[in-house]
Design a protein. Structure first.
Length: 566
């Protein structure tokens, strides 16, 4: 085994303490904006755009600050014949989950449901309102000497929102890396008959059967009011980044997760490089400041980022492979400067803040069943070997982040142990604009989903990824049964949630001219690509069943018969 160990950095940090320094920074705005007071509103996500670029409208928004106000807000909806969508403080999900169906619908925001309700130190339980930010939950628990063992890497999400989409960190140990595995109770407000005042609070304890539906609910069962989570005694984590060649990744991809409690890995296929995150639990008395200011998630100086975006647009849309690969090398080297700080006195913000018009990306995350992860890695290598330079754009954004999850008791949680592969890549502000080597990324995603039976993260991904995905959940039927009982009139459902859940055979794919260029569909006709620009619908290069928009036939250059027909 080639041992090219290079220890990049060593820090000791507090439990999942991804505490982003916010001093002097600009928090994102409320995603709900109304033309008149709390009426005539629009909602978007933290990126300022849903994958289909929809403008989402609502008649009104309410901001309950107690459970009683929340019950009243839910009750008002059926009384006024309105449907409801729940919005959060920052709206971080990419898909249209938070988007109301029509302009007559209403939004209930959890912005003011942001208090800790109870902290039982002896029983190691915390109960919070659903709008509490992950960051504040972690702080409240830590103040009592307790820790939430696993969480997403970004702490600006709410507990209600992150649970709804099954968000997670990384672990194969015990219950695994998903937050919903640590939920031991919740209170949810659902619609009710007029005789019960149109709304009711349901309390689901640890052994209530419906908890399996409510823990990961896509927001379609009602509004979660409070959540109770099981905590652990506070600990620290010892983190070391180990960089190696990717030659033995097939062997390591599962082994790494078994070896380290919080392990993950980042793979840059174009560069042939893997950065393993060796991350283990250590005693809370271990030295270290307990801070993990994650490089890609910290707030940053605005200055220069708009220019950087223009350079990127040029590179992605009209650049050469050589230029893109040079850029990937530079970013990769830049990542080693782990503690570079934003300049003093400059305005800082989240780098994806739409007010800047700088970072604009897609984010796909697909969990491949653990026992298929080795074969998936081998297939991606085959795709890479055909043209390593096609991966430079992906590598420049960190490559593939692999994280671990255990099989879940949640009906819409991952049904089996899995490795979640997360990729972030360039998105154009112009709908339908070609991206460099988009065919390779599309093939990779289709491979993960269709060849390896992957599960798309409910809060990430483009439309096509959800097509048929719900059929891979053995408990989807149980979920729909609970939905039918809790919300028989579908007040919390939208066209989008019905499409994602496959209700009455609905599909989230939008089949129209150019749809595959945007990930709204998998192409089945050249018109779904951009024939005028030379992009035609063609089979994948390694996964032949894939259908991708490509400038060249799959077997161009191999001397084989050219076969662009489908
Ligand atoms: C920068 C960034 C980093 C991320 N990192 C990770 C990561 O490391 N791991 C990971 O798994 N995910 C990650 N995500 C995805 C993120 O965790 C999910 O998108 C999460 O759902 C966002 O939570 P939110 O509070 O913004 O909810 P929203 O996106 O606003 O809402 C999500 C859904 O939940 C519903 N909802 C919200 N609150 C309630 C409630 N109280 N009752 C009922 N329904 C409700 C909404 O209606 C909507 O349908 C990341 C996202 C971003 C932008
Ligand atoms: C919205 O409400 C208005 C006023 O009640 C009504 O006239 C209109 O038809 C409704 N629109 C939809 C799409 O339901
Ligand atoms: C809750 O949110 C409100 C509105 O943003 C804010 O003023 C308040 O400080 C927050 N409370 C807590 C406990 O975080
Ligand atoms: C790429 O080139 C096309 C055609 O010359 C041009 O219209 C487009 O604006 C260019 N894109 C960028 C981002 O420079």
């Amino acid at each position: 085994m080639a041992m090219e160990l290079e220890s990049l950095a060593m820090t000791l940090l507090l439990v999942v303490g991804l505490l982003i320094g916010l001093a002097g920074s600009s928090p994102p705005p409320d995603p709900v904006v109304c033309a008149r007071g709390t009426s005539d509103c629009t909602i978007t996500n933290a990126y300022g755009s849903f994958p289909d670029r929809a403008t989402c409208r609502a008649a009104s928004v309410t901001y309950p600050s107690t459970e009683e106000e929340l019950v009243a807000a839910v009750a008002a909806a059926p009384a006024a014949r309105r449907k409801v969508k729940v919005a959060t403080r920052y709206s971080h999900s990419l898909p249209k989950l938070a988007c109301p169906d029509g302009r007559n619908d209403t939004i209930i925001s959890t912005l003011r449901l942001n208090n800790t309700v109870r902290l039982d130190t002896a029983a190691r339980l915390i109960t919070v309102e659903s709008g509490v930010l992950l960051r504040d939950l972690i702080r409240a628990a830590a103040a009592a000497g307790l820790a939430l063992p696993h969480s997403p890497y970004w702490s600006g999400v709410t507990i209600g929102g992150l649970l709804a989409t099954g968000a997670h960190g990384s672990s194969l140990w015990r219950n695994g890396g998903a937050v919903h595995e640590y939920v031991v109770g919740l209170r949810i407000v659902t619609p009710a008959p007029a005789s019960q005042g149109f709304a009711t609070v349901r309390e689901l304890g640890a052994h209530h059967l419906d908890l399996g539906a409510a823990k990961v609910s896509l927001g379609v069962l009602g509004v979660i009011s409070q959540v109770t989570l099981a905590l652990q005694p506070l600990f620290k984590r010892s983190v070391t980044f180990v960089e190696r060649h990717d030659s033995d990744l097939e062997d390591q991809v599962v082994a790494w997760g078994r070896r380290h409690e919080f392990g993950d890995l980042t793979w840059q296929p174009g560069l042939g490089k893997v950065v393993y995150r060796q991350d283990d639990r250590v005693d809370v008395s271990s030295p270290g400041n307990g801070l993990n200011d994650h490089l890609t998630l910290r707030s940053r100086a605005a200055l220069g980022r708009v220019d950087a975006r223009r350079t990127e647009e040029q590179l992605e849309e009209n650049g050469t492979d050589m230029a893109r690969c040079a850029a990937a090398e530079t970013t990769s080297a830049g990542d080693r400067l782990m503690h570079r700080q934003p300049g003093d006195g400059l305005l800082t913000s989240c780098k994806w803040d739409p007010r800047l018009g700088a970072t604009f990306v897609y984010n796909a995350a697909i969990s491949v069943p653990l026992h298929k992860a080795t074969a998936f890695v081998a297939d991606v290598k085959r795709l890479r070997d055909l043209n390593p330079r096609a991966f430079c754009g992906l590598d420049a954004r960190g490559g593939l982040l692999a994280r671990y999850l255990r099989a879940s008791s949640a009906y819409l949680g991952k049904p089996e142990d899995a490795v979640d592969f997360d990729i972030t890549y360039y998105r154009s502000y112009a709908a339908g604009a070609p991206r460099a080597h988009a065919d390779v990324i599309d093939e990779l995603e289709q491979m993960a989903l269709r060849k390896y039976g992957g599960f798309p993260h409910w809060g990430k991904n483009r439309n096509f990824a959800f097509d048929g995905a719900v059929d891979r959940y053995p408990k989807a039927g149980e979920f729909l049964e609970v939905k039918g009982r809790y919300d028989p009139d579908g007040l919390f459902s939208t066209k989008w949630s019905d499409q994602v859940l496959g209700v009455d055979g609905a599909s989230p794919s939008v089949v129209e001219e150019g749809c595959a260029m945007e990930g709204l569909c998998v192409c089945s006709d050249h018109s779904h690509c951009a024939p005028v620009l030379g992009y035609l619908c063609r089979p994948g290069k390694v996964y032949k069943e894939a259908r991708v928009c490509s400038l060249q036939p799959a077997d161009a250059g191999t001397g084989a018969r050219l076969d662009g027909e489908l």
